[in-house]
Design a protein around this ligand. Structure first.
Ligand code: KG4
Ligand code: ZN
Length: 370
């Protein structure tokens, strides 16, 4: 049995969680900073790291309290140490090191993008009042070994990555975005449509009321065999639909229309067209990835999807349809574990602890990774 404290501060959520045996989430606390960044329309790194400093200790205390366990009961301290905003990561990494040192517990640094792939395996305790000592014990391995090989898709604000997984710790990158991540494209498309920050969930809600066939937006699939993604062309095509083609005035390109000129119905239909194209690109790449792996005689049994955009209503529906067509079992992150959270960090760390893959107090934070 393992009880692991996870810490996640890679971007603008300060998060701490306690997970038992890489499966049962005894607590998952997320302190968001959205209101601090809203006036700027995006995350301001300096503001984010200062807010993490203010929030980290209360968040840690809340996570232990909600799990009803003492600090000494922990078996390890895990922290997302890559990729992300370096000042933000350092807050979580420093807190994790201090705890590991004081409590004399193992320290485990986790790649937070890879951890998104573990979120589909997390479960809340079956009984909400279940504490560490009484949550269901299971002798069978988790996740079930027959889940692998698996295809993995991380869709977030910073990443759009396709992976092959042979086990929770054996993760191979197949493709990634060459420009915007899909969540970033959603956020920028939301700005183009005049929606509030952060735009992804707003655009999703609006799209559900629109007609996706009224406007035609392009799907960039790159080369015929490419497993990489590109979303910047889709975003620019939306910009031109909303504002028209720019014209030269005094040698400066200018738009003659603005989002304010759109009717409510235009806005809904444009959101629906964007959503249809963005999700279509993801689903088509899943088909390509299966073909690609089949050529190597690799036949995934499961599709794992994680990351903030995994909360998207159309992606969830289309992914389940894709599973019915292809015969793969589709495991979507539970909605609570789609955005950045620390439960996924603690869950994946269970496998590192079991494999004795530990870090020391020199653990660095890296801006890049994934
Ligand atoms: O995983 P995450 O919380 O942070 C990163 O690691 O980036 O993902 C945040 C992203 C944002 O771009 C947000 O707009 C997007 O996930 N997002 C959505 C939805 N909910 C969150 N995008 C589309 N549809 C949604 N329902
Ligand atoms: Zn993330």
């Amino acid at each position: 049995m393992s009880l692991i404290l996870g810490i996640e501060t890679s971007c603008d959520e300060t998060a701490a969680a306690v997970v038992r045996d890489g499966r049962w989430v005894l607590s998952s606390i997320i302190a968001t900073q959205h209101e601090l960044h809203q006036p700027f329309g995006g995350v301001v790194p300096e503001i984010a790291s200062r807010a993490h400093l203010e929030r980290i200790l209360p968040t840690l205390n809340q996570a232990l309290h909600a799990a009803s366990i003492s600090w000494n009961a922990l078996d390890a301290i895990a922290v997302g140490n890559r990729p992300g905003l370096i000042g933000s990561l350092l807050v979580g990494v420093s807190a994790a090191k201090a705890l590991a040192w004081i409590l004399e517990k193992p320290l485990i640094g986790i790649d937070h993008v890879q951890a998104h792939l573990y979120a589909p395996f997390l479960q809340p305790p079956t009984n909400p009042n279940t504490s560490a000592s009484s949550s269901p014990a299971s002798s069978s391995p988790w996740p079930p070994p027959e889940s692998f090989p698996a295809l993995g898709l991380v869709v977030s604000g910073g990443h759009t990555n396709l992976y092959r997984l042979d086990s929770p710790l054996s993760i191979h990158l197949l493709g990634r975005t060459i420009d915007d991540a899909v969540g970033e494209a959603y956020d920028k498309a939301a700005v183009i449509l005049g929606l509030p920050y952060p735009g992804g969930p707003h655009l999703d809600r609006l799209a559900q009321q629109g007609d996706p066939s009224r406007f035609d937006l392009p799907r960039s699939l790159l080369g015929p065999d490419s497993l990489d993604f590109s979303f910047s062309g889709l975003k620019t095509a939306l910009l031109y639909k909303v504002r028209g083609l720019p014209v030269l005035q005094n040698n400066q390109p200018r738009f003659l229309r603005s989002a304010a000129d759109l009717s409510d119905q235009d806005r809904r239909d444009l959101a629906a067209a964007f959503q249809e194209a963005a999700i279509d690109i993801l689903i088509r790449k899943l088909h390509r990835a299966l073909d690609h792996l089949a050529q190597q005689n690799i036949h995934p049994r499961t599709l794992l999807i994680g990351g903030g955009v995994c909360a998207n209503s159309l992606l969830r529906r289309r992914a389940l349809e894709w599973g019915r067509q292809t015969g793969l079992r589709v495991l979507l992150s539970p909605l609570a574990y789609c955005p950045d959270n620390a439960a996924m960090i603690a869950g994946l760390a269970h496998h590192r602890l079991t494999a004795s893959q530990l870090d020391d107090l020199y653990l660095p934070a890296f801006a890049a990774g994934g």
